[in-house]
Each structure stands twice: as structure tokens, then as C-alpha cells.
Design a protein around this ligand. Sequence first.
Ligand SMILES: Cc1cc2nc3c(=O)[nH]c(=O)nc-3n(C[C@H](O)[C@H](O)[C@H](O)COP(=O)(O)OP(=O)(O)OC[C@H]3O[C@@H](n4cnc5c(N)ncnc54)[C@H](O)[C@@H]3O)c2cc1C
Length: 83
Amino acid sequence: MVDAHETHVIVGAGLAGAKAAETLRAEGFTGRVILVGDEREQPYERPGLSKTFLAGSSPRGELFVHDSSWYAAHEVELRLGSR
Ligand SMILES: Cc1cc2nc3c(=O)[nH]c(=O)nc-3n(C[C@H](O)[C@H](O)[C@H](O)COP(=O)(O)OP(=O)(O)OC[C@H]3O[C@@H](n4cnc5c(N)ncnc54)[C@H](O)[C@@H]3O)c2cc1C
């Protein structure tokens, strides 16, 4: 159950933002975690874009930092397409 009295808002839903959210939960933070990203994709790792995905050697899903169910499972509110 999330404690609504404390909130972390992380701006930038890239690798650093997704890992910051993961670390907050891993270290026991029980407040709200809101991860805001201006892209429409959930957090992904950019190196794989050029090295594997665009080369056709890995599927799109492998670029994601977490699978899409991870955010709800860890009560991380993902707000995509928002600056
Ligand atoms: C094609 C490519 C290949 C790469 N290959 C390598 C490699 O092989 N090795 C390596 O070490 N590094 C590589 N890099 C660099 C590496 O990907 C970056 O260092 C890494 O992505 C940085 O992560 P980050 O989360 O800090 O930033 P980003 O991945 O840039 O994520 C930041 C996110 O925040 C969003 N954002 C910014 N401002 C706002 C705002 N005001 N409101 C909402 N959202 C916002 C951005 O749109 C972006 O989605 C590569 C980069 C690219 C583009």
C-alpha cells in the first residue's frame, strides 16, 4: 500500500529515471513514485537502438528497462507523453 504523504516525482523516463524508481522501491520507499517522460515509449535503453534493434537482431521489447507490468506491480505511476 502506497503512503500518499510522501511523493517522488522523477522527470525523464529514460534509463536513469527508470533505475531511480527501481532503487526507491528496492530501498523501501513506500510513498508515491511518479515517473514523467515526454516520449510515448516506456523507458528503454538507447544503446540497443543502434546496435541490435535497428540492425534487426533483437525485438523491440528487449530494449525496455522493465517490462510493462513492472510499473503497476511496483506502484510506479508512469506518465508518458508529458513534459
Ligand atoms: C543510438 C544511441 C546509442 C548509444 N550507445 C551507447 C553505448 O553503446 N554505450 C554507452 O555507454 N552509451 C550509449 N549511448 C548513450 C546512452 O544511451 C545514454 O548515456 C543514456 O541513454 C542516458 O540515460 P538517461 O536516462 O540519463 O537519459 P535518456 O536516455 O536521454 O533519457 C532521458 C529521458 O528524459 C526525457 N526528458 C528530458 N527532459 C524531460 C522533461 N522536461 N519532461 C519529460 N521528459 C523529459 C527525454 O525525452 C528522455 O526520454 C547511446 C545513445 C544513443 C542515442
